[in-house]
Design a protein around this ligand. Structure first.
Ligand SMILES: [Ca+2]
Ligand SMILES: [Ca+2]
Ligand SMILES: [Ca+2]
Length: 324
């Protein structure tokens, strides 16, 4: 075996050893959270839609949850707002004795508070460790009458404020870790003893800042939720256009929509050269499909008056017919 060949084999062995080490390190050091919070996947809504449900999901991997409090906030106003309401049917907290949802300052923020027990007898169970396949709670939102000319149609909903507190059977917030806080108090001597005892102070007064003759340090321990142990996952909500079949979302039906839809239905080479917009932007005929019919009806509507009649449905009708 040549030196080169032996060298390559040796180098390969070293790489494998290193890779094994990193894989082992990742196994050892990757921190598994105690709690994970998220919102419904791929949310979208229509202008003026009311009561759209956001599901909050929670996975508690180690502890039973008997109470919680957390905030949901939006990153922008005037598109969506939270109802001061909730639905616990079919959720992890169905049957809990206290649940409250309230606006916090504005209708774009809410505080959600719940506890399994609120009165005797104390028999309502908490949420035993589970991986989040059932929603924790359902929160309704309303969408304002936003115009199609609004180009940025997404709203971020996130877990806001301090880290959420989900209490276990011991009454502690899951994932809370102790933090020490030091508070210094300064004293100055106003009456030293006479020599030779003049290192002894007969009377001290407390002063706000140094210089000082004596110092006392108080240690206070408080608990904060460690975000390595409690993970939160934010989500976007997309607001559809009010005009179904408005391919480019500019609030108009015109030649641009027809041409784009032709490329979408009959892509050159068989594959669309770009990511297609959601079906609602392409489905002018409101039959939950995108095909020649949409192109012909759009042409009729724009150019063959009076044969062409608008066949579009409302955004909410389309969503109800085609998404549920
Ligand atoms: Ca009870
Ligand atoms: Ca258009
Ligand atoms: Ca269609």
């Amino acid at each position: 075996m040549s030196l080169c060949s032996r060298f390559n084999r040796c180098a390969l062995s070293s790489v494998l050893v290193l890779l094994s080490f990193f894989a082992l390190s990742a196994t050892i050091f990757a921190q598994t959270p105690d709690l994970h919070l998220s919102l419904s996947d791929s949310l979208n809504a229509c202008p003026c839609e009311t009561g759209k449900i956001i599901e909050v999901n929670m996975a508690n991997y180690n502890d039973t949850v008997v109470a919680f409090e957390f905030l949901l906030v939006m990153d922008r106003p005037n598109v969506i707002f939270f109802q001061e309401s909730f639905d616990t049917s079919g959720t992890l907290i169905s049957g809990w004795e206290y649940v409250n949802v309230e606006h916090l300052g504005t209708e774009y923020n809410i505080r959600i508070t719940a506890r399994a027990e609120d009165n005797m007898p104390y028999t309502t169970p908490g949420i035993v460790p589970q991986s989040g396949s059932v929603p924790l709670i359902k929160i309704p939102i309303d969408v304002m009458s936003i115009p199609d000319t609004l180009t940025d149609r997404t709203v971020l909903i996130l877990f806001g404020g301090p880290a959420p507190c989900f209490k276990n059977n011991q009454g502690n917030c899951i994932g809370a870790v102790p933090v020490e806080d030091y508070d210094s108090t300064f004293y100055r001597c106003i009456d030293w003893a006479d020599p030779p005892e003049n290192t002894i102070c007969n009377e001290y007064i407390q002063i706000p800042t140094p210089p000082y003759d004596s110092l006392a340090i108080d240690t206070t321990i408080y608990y904060v939720v460690d975000t390595n142990l409690v993970h939160t996952e934010d989500h976007w909500i997309d607001i559809y256009p009010g005009m179904v079949g408005d391919y480019n979302g500019d609030g108009l039906y015109n030649l641009a929509d027809i041409l784009a839809n032709i490329v979408a239905v009959y892509p050159p080479g068989g594959t669309p050269p770009f990511d297609l917009p959601p079906m609602i932007y392409r489905d002018f005929s409101c039959d939950c499909d995108n095909n020649l019919n949409d192109i012909l009806q759009l042409i009729n509507y724009i150019y063959v008056v009076p044969i062409g009649q608008p066949s579009t449905c409302s955004c909410i009708e389309w969503r109800n017919d085609c998404e549920l």
